[in-house]
Design a binder for this molecule. Structure first.
Ligand code: NAD
Length: 290
Protein backbone atom coordinates (compact mmCIF):
# COMPACT_ATOMS: atom_id res chain seq x y z
CA UNK A 1 0.00 0.00 0.00
CA UNK A 2 1.38 3.41 -0.91
CA UNK A 3 1.78 6.04 1.75
CA UNK A 4 1.32 9.77 1.62
CA UNK A 5 3.63 11.84 3.72
CA UNK A 6 2.42 15.21 4.85
CA UNK A 7 5.13 17.73 5.56
CA UNK A 8 4.47 20.17 8.39
CA UNK A 9 5.09 22.91 5.83
CA UNK A 10 2.28 21.76 3.53
CA UNK A 11 -0.02 24.75 3.15
CA UNK A 12 -3.77 24.27 3.56
CA UNK A 13 -5.32 25.16 0.18
CA UNK A 14 -7.02 28.57 0.12
CA UNK A 15 -10.46 27.14 -0.79
CA UNK A 16 -10.39 24.92 2.32
CA UNK A 17 -9.31 27.79 4.55
CA UNK A 18 -12.11 29.89 3.10
CA UNK A 19 -14.71 27.22 3.89
CA UNK A 20 -13.44 27.19 7.48
CA UNK A 21 -14.04 30.88 8.10
CA UNK A 22 -16.31 31.05 11.13
CA UNK A 23 -17.79 34.03 12.92
CA UNK A 24 -16.34 35.18 16.24
CA UNK A 25 -17.56 33.31 19.35
CA UNK A 26 -20.28 35.79 20.30
CA UNK A 27 -21.74 35.64 16.79
CA UNK A 28 -21.97 31.84 17.00
CA UNK A 29 -24.69 32.26 19.62
CA UNK A 30 -26.29 35.44 18.27
CA UNK A 31 -29.83 35.74 16.93
CA UNK A 32 -29.40 39.41 16.12
CA UNK A 33 -31.43 40.57 13.09
CA UNK A 34 -33.76 37.57 13.23
CA UNK A 35 -37.34 37.00 14.31
CA UNK A 36 -38.03 33.62 15.89
CA UNK A 37 -41.50 32.08 16.22
CA UNK A 38 -42.11 30.14 19.45
CA UNK A 39 -45.27 28.00 19.56
CA UNK A 40 -46.47 27.21 23.05
CA UNK A 41 -44.93 30.59 23.88
CA UNK A 42 -47.75 31.58 26.24
CA UNK A 43 -46.29 29.87 29.31
CA UNK A 44 -43.99 27.10 30.56
CA UNK A 45 -40.93 26.17 28.56
CA UNK A 46 -42.03 28.21 25.52
CA UNK A 47 -42.15 31.60 27.23
CA UNK A 48 -38.73 31.01 28.84
CA UNK A 49 -37.27 30.09 25.44
CA UNK A 50 -38.77 33.32 24.07
CA UNK A 51 -36.75 35.18 26.74
CA UNK A 52 -33.64 33.27 25.59
CA UNK A 53 -34.25 34.44 22.01
CA UNK A 54 -34.44 38.08 23.17
CA UNK A 55 -31.32 37.68 25.33
CA UNK A 56 -29.50 36.39 22.22
CA UNK A 57 -30.52 39.55 20.33
CA UNK A 58 -33.49 38.19 18.35
CA UNK A 59 -37.14 39.26 18.23
CA UNK A 60 -39.67 36.78 19.66
CA UNK A 61 -43.12 36.02 18.22
CA UNK A 62 -45.00 33.87 20.74
CA UNK A 63 -47.91 31.75 19.56
CA UNK A 64 -50.31 29.93 21.83
CA UNK A 65 -53.91 28.78 22.03
CA UNK A 66 -54.29 30.63 25.37
CA UNK A 67 -56.23 33.92 25.13
CA UNK A 68 -53.31 35.73 26.78
CA UNK A 69 -49.81 34.79 27.93
CA UNK A 70 -48.91 34.11 31.56
CA UNK A 71 -48.96 37.60 33.19
CA UNK A 72 -45.77 37.88 35.26
CA UNK A 73 -43.60 36.07 32.71
CA UNK A 74 -44.94 38.21 29.86
CA UNK A 75 -44.11 41.39 31.79
CA UNK A 76 -40.54 40.13 32.34
CA UNK A 77 -40.28 39.39 28.63
CA UNK A 78 -41.37 42.92 27.72
CA UNK A 79 -38.75 44.37 30.09
CA UNK A 80 -35.98 42.37 28.35
CA UNK A 81 -37.31 43.40 24.92
CA UNK A 82 -37.53 47.10 25.78
CA UNK A 83 -34.04 47.17 27.28
CA UNK A 84 -32.55 45.86 24.01
CA UNK A 85 -34.92 47.65 21.64
CA UNK A 86 -36.29 44.30 20.41
CA UNK A 87 -39.85 43.12 19.75
CA UNK A 88 -41.79 40.45 21.65
CA UNK A 89 -45.30 39.87 20.28
CA UNK A 90 -48.11 37.52 21.27
CA UNK A 91 -50.47 35.82 18.81
CA UNK A 92 -53.40 33.64 19.82
CA UNK A 93 -53.48 30.74 17.37
CA UNK A 94 -54.36 27.04 17.36
CA UNK A 95 -51.50 25.18 15.69
CA UNK A 96 -53.85 22.40 14.56
CA UNK A 97 -55.86 24.76 12.28
CA UNK A 98 -53.74 25.17 9.17
CA UNK A 99 -55.42 28.27 7.70
CA UNK A 100 -55.14 30.14 11.01
CA UNK A 101 -51.51 29.11 11.51
CA UNK A 102 -50.49 29.92 7.93
CA UNK A 103 -52.00 33.43 8.12
CA UNK A 104 -50.45 34.07 11.53
CA UNK A 105 -46.96 33.01 10.33
CA UNK A 106 -47.25 35.18 7.18
CA UNK A 107 -48.20 38.17 9.31
CA UNK A 108 -45.24 37.59 11.69
CA UNK A 109 -42.82 37.16 8.75
CA UNK A 110 -44.07 40.35 7.02
CA UNK A 111 -43.78 42.35 10.27
CA UNK A 112 -40.29 40.95 10.90
CA UNK A 113 -39.12 41.98 7.43
CA UNK A 114 -40.66 45.47 7.86
CA UNK A 115 -38.81 45.86 11.17
CA UNK A 116 -35.44 44.68 9.81
CA UNK A 117 -35.59 41.25 11.51
CA UNK A 118 -36.87 38.70 8.97
CA UNK A 119 -38.12 35.33 10.16
CA UNK A 120 -34.98 33.24 10.75
CA UNK A 121 -36.02 30.50 13.16
CA UNK A 122 -38.84 28.59 14.78
CA UNK A 123 -39.16 26.71 18.05
CA UNK A 124 -42.06 24.23 17.85
CA UNK A 125 -42.76 23.91 21.57
CA UNK A 126 -46.56 23.64 21.88
CA UNK A 127 -47.60 20.24 23.15
CA UNK A 128 -50.03 18.41 25.40
CA UNK A 129 -49.71 15.46 27.75
CA UNK A 130 -52.20 12.97 29.16
CA UNK A 131 -51.83 10.01 31.51
CA UNK A 132 -54.21 7.13 30.84
CA UNK A 133 -53.43 3.37 30.93
CA UNK A 134 -53.01 2.12 27.35
CA UNK A 135 -55.69 -0.53 27.70
CA UNK A 136 -58.25 2.16 28.62
CA UNK A 137 -57.05 4.88 26.21
CA UNK A 138 -60.10 6.32 24.36
CA UNK A 139 -59.45 6.65 20.62
CA UNK A 140 -60.54 10.32 20.62
CA UNK A 141 -58.05 11.21 23.35
CA UNK A 142 -55.27 9.38 21.52
CA UNK A 143 -56.15 11.25 18.31
CA UNK A 144 -56.14 14.60 20.13
CA UNK A 145 -52.57 14.04 21.38
CA UNK A 146 -51.49 13.11 17.84
CA UNK A 147 -53.31 16.12 16.41
CA UNK A 148 -51.52 18.67 18.62
CA UNK A 149 -48.13 17.03 19.15
CA UNK A 150 -47.62 15.54 15.69
CA UNK A 151 -49.89 17.27 13.12
CA UNK A 152 -49.67 20.68 14.86
CA UNK A 153 -45.89 20.40 15.04
CA UNK A 154 -45.78 19.35 11.39
CA UNK A 155 -47.90 22.36 10.31
CA UNK A 156 -45.62 24.63 12.36
CA UNK A 157 -42.48 23.47 10.59
CA UNK A 158 -44.16 23.15 7.17
CA UNK A 159 -45.18 26.84 7.14
CA UNK A 160 -41.85 27.95 8.61
CA UNK A 161 -40.05 26.15 5.78
CA UNK A 162 -42.47 27.57 3.19
CA UNK A 163 -41.57 31.10 4.31
CA UNK A 164 -37.81 30.33 4.52
CA UNK A 165 -37.89 28.94 0.96
CA UNK A 166 -39.86 31.92 -0.41
CA UNK A 167 -37.47 34.38 1.29
CA UNK A 168 -34.37 32.27 0.53
CA UNK A 169 -33.55 32.26 4.24
CA UNK A 170 -31.30 29.61 5.77
CA UNK A 171 -33.66 29.23 8.70
CA UNK A 172 -33.23 26.93 11.67
CA UNK A 173 -36.09 24.92 13.16
CA UNK A 174 -35.99 23.46 16.67
CA UNK A 175 -38.67 20.93 17.52
CA UNK A 176 -39.20 20.26 21.21
CA UNK A 177 -39.50 16.47 21.44
CA UNK A 178 -38.77 14.62 24.71
CA UNK A 179 -36.60 11.87 26.10
CA UNK A 180 -39.96 10.02 26.07
CA UNK A 181 -39.50 9.69 22.31
CA UNK A 182 -36.67 7.24 23.07
CA UNK A 183 -37.52 5.67 26.42
CA UNK A 184 -40.74 4.72 28.19
CA UNK A 185 -40.96 6.58 31.50
CA UNK A 186 -41.18 4.24 34.48
CA UNK A 187 -44.48 4.54 36.32
CA UNK A 188 -46.12 6.76 33.69
CA UNK A 189 -49.00 5.58 31.52
CA UNK A 190 -48.47 7.99 28.64
CA UNK A 191 -48.45 5.83 25.51
CA UNK A 192 -50.02 8.45 23.24
CA UNK A 193 -47.58 11.17 24.38
CA UNK A 194 -44.52 8.92 24.07
CA UNK A 195 -45.65 7.77 20.62
CA UNK A 196 -46.13 11.39 19.53
CA UNK A 197 -42.63 12.40 20.66
CA UNK A 198 -41.02 9.48 18.80
CA UNK A 199 -42.94 10.69 15.73
CA UNK A 200 -41.53 14.20 16.19
CA UNK A 201 -37.97 12.81 16.28
CA UNK A 202 -38.51 10.86 13.05
CA UNK A 203 -40.30 13.83 11.43
CA UNK A 204 -37.16 15.83 12.10
CA UNK A 205 -34.93 13.38 10.24
CA UNK A 206 -37.39 13.19 7.30
CA UNK A 207 -37.69 16.92 6.72
CA UNK A 208 -33.98 17.52 7.38
CA UNK A 209 -33.38 15.16 4.47
CA UNK A 210 -35.82 17.15 2.27
CA UNK A 211 -34.87 20.70 3.25
CA UNK A 212 -31.08 20.53 3.65
CA UNK A 213 -30.72 21.48 -0.04
CA UNK A 214 -32.34 24.85 0.79
CA UNK A 215 -30.00 25.46 3.72
CA UNK A 216 -32.86 24.94 6.17
CA UNK A 217 -31.78 23.08 9.32
CA UNK A 218 -34.11 21.04 11.53
CA UNK A 219 -33.17 19.48 14.87
CA UNK A 220 -35.02 18.17 17.89
CA UNK A 221 -34.31 19.21 21.47
CA UNK A 222 -35.37 16.43 23.82
CA UNK A 223 -35.83 17.46 27.45
CA UNK A 224 -35.98 15.17 30.44
CA UNK A 225 -38.29 16.02 33.34
CA UNK A 226 -38.89 19.75 33.78
CA UNK A 227 -41.01 21.43 36.43
CA UNK A 228 -43.65 23.37 34.47
CA UNK A 229 -47.45 23.72 34.58
CA UNK A 230 -47.63 20.48 32.55
CA UNK A 231 -45.77 18.40 35.15
CA UNK A 232 -46.82 20.31 38.28
CA UNK A 233 -50.40 19.12 37.83
CA UNK A 234 -49.24 15.51 37.82
CA UNK A 235 -46.76 15.88 40.69
CA UNK A 236 -49.40 17.58 42.84
CA UNK A 237 -51.92 14.82 42.18
CA UNK A 238 -49.38 11.99 42.56
CA UNK A 239 -46.42 13.13 44.72
CA UNK A 240 -44.87 9.64 44.72
CA UNK A 241 -44.12 10.06 40.97
CA UNK A 242 -41.40 12.58 41.87
CA UNK A 243 -39.51 9.86 43.79
CA UNK A 244 -39.42 7.66 40.66
CA UNK A 245 -38.18 10.60 38.57
CA UNK A 246 -35.53 11.57 41.12
CA UNK A 247 -34.22 7.98 41.16
CA UNK A 248 -32.94 8.53 37.61
CA UNK A 249 -31.76 12.11 38.12
CA UNK A 250 -27.96 11.79 37.91
CA UNK A 251 -27.49 15.45 38.84
CA UNK A 252 -29.82 15.15 41.82
CA UNK A 253 -32.51 17.46 40.49
CA UNK A 254 -35.28 17.82 37.93
CA UNK A 255 -34.83 20.30 35.09
CA UNK A 256 -35.97 23.92 35.02
CA UNK A 257 -37.09 25.69 31.83
CA UNK A 258 -33.91 27.81 32.09
CA UNK A 259 -31.79 24.67 31.52
CA UNK A 260 -32.99 24.70 27.89
CA UNK A 261 -32.16 28.31 27.01
CA UNK A 262 -28.57 27.70 25.87
CA UNK A 263 -29.34 24.45 23.98
CA UNK A 264 -32.22 26.16 22.09
CA UNK A 265 -30.15 29.24 21.22
CA UNK A 266 -27.27 27.00 20.10
CA UNK A 267 -29.57 25.09 17.72
CA UNK A 268 -31.10 28.30 16.31
CA UNK A 269 -27.85 30.22 15.85
CA UNK A 270 -24.91 29.85 13.44
CA UNK A 271 -22.82 27.92 15.98
CA UNK A 272 -24.73 24.78 14.98
CA UNK A 273 -24.52 25.46 11.22
CA UNK A 274 -23.32 21.89 10.43
CA UNK A 275 -26.05 20.27 12.52
CA UNK A 276 -29.32 19.04 11.03
CA UNK A 277 -31.52 15.98 11.45
CA UNK A 278 -30.08 15.49 14.95
CA UNK A 279 -31.52 15.10 18.41
CA UNK A 280 -30.01 17.01 21.33
CA UNK A 281 -31.04 15.24 24.53
CA UNK A 282 -30.86 17.37 27.68
CA UNK A 283 -32.15 15.20 30.51
CA UNK A 284 -29.87 15.56 33.53
CA UNK A 285 -28.44 12.16 32.65
CA UNK A 286 -31.75 10.36 32.98
CA UNK A 287 -31.33 8.15 29.89
CA UNK A 288 -27.69 7.36 30.66
CA UNK A 289 -28.44 4.80 33.37
CA UNK A 290 -30.99 2.01 33.76
N1 NAD B 1 -42.45 19.62 31.24
C1 NAD B 1 -41.70 18.56 30.94
O1 NAD B 1 -41.24 17.80 31.83
C2 NAD B 1 -41.38 18.25 29.52
C3 NAD B 1 -40.47 17.23 29.25
C4 NAD B 1 -40.16 16.92 27.93
C5 NAD B 1 -40.75 17.64 26.90
N2 NAD B 1 -41.63 18.62 27.18
C6 NAD B 1 -42.24 19.32 26.03
O2 NAD B 1 -41.99 20.71 26.15
C7 NAD B 1 -43.05 21.44 25.50
C8 NAD B 1 -43.59 22.50 26.44
O3 NAD B 1 -44.11 21.86 27.59
P1 NAD B 1 -44.40 22.60 28.97
O4 NAD B 1 -43.94 21.71 30.04
O5 NAD B 1 -43.91 24.01 28.91
O6 NAD B 1 -46.00 22.54 28.98
P2 NAD B 1 -47.09 23.68 29.12
O7 NAD B 1 -48.40 22.98 29.16
O8 NAD B 1 -46.75 24.60 30.24
O9 NAD B 1 -46.93 24.49 27.76
C9 NAD B 1 -47.43 24.01 26.52
C10 NAD B 1 -48.07 25.16 25.80
O10 NAD B 1 -48.59 24.69 24.55
C11 NAD B 1 -49.83 25.35 24.33
N3 NAD B 1 -50.68 24.61 23.40
C12 NAD B 1 -51.31 23.41 23.62
N4 NAD B 1 -52.08 23.10 22.55
C13 NAD B 1 -51.92 24.10 21.64
C14 NAD B 1 -52.46 24.33 20.34
N5 NAD B 1 -53.31 23.48 19.78
N6 NAD B 1 -52.10 25.45 19.68
C15 NAD B 1 -51.25 26.34 20.27
N7 NAD B 1 -50.71 26.17 21.48
C16 NAD B 1 -51.05 25.07 22.17
C17 NAD B 1 -50.45 25.41 25.72
O11 NAD B 1 -51.50 26.37 25.80
C18 NAD B 1 -49.26 25.74 26.59
O12 NAD B 1 -49.09 27.13 26.76
C19 NAD B 1 -44.10 20.39 25.09
O13 NAD B 1 -43.93 20.05 23.74
C20 NAD B 1 -43.75 19.21 25.98
O14 NAD B 1 -44.17 17.98 25.44
C21 NAD B 1 -41.97 18.97 28.46
Amino acid sequence: MGSISISPDTAVPAHILESRQTPANAALFSLSGKTVIITGGGRGLGIVLAAAVLEAGGCAACIDILPAPSGAEWNDLQVIAKKSNLRATYHKCDITTESELSECFDQIAAEGTRNGAPLGGTIACAGIQQKIPAVDYPADSFRRIMDVNVTGTFLTIKHSARIFMAERTKGSIVMIASMSGQVANRGLTCTAYNTSKAAVQQMCRSVAQEWGQFGIRVNTLSPGYIRTAMTDELLTAEPEVEKTWMAGALLGRLGTPEDFKAPAVFLLADGSSFMTGADLRVDGGHCASA
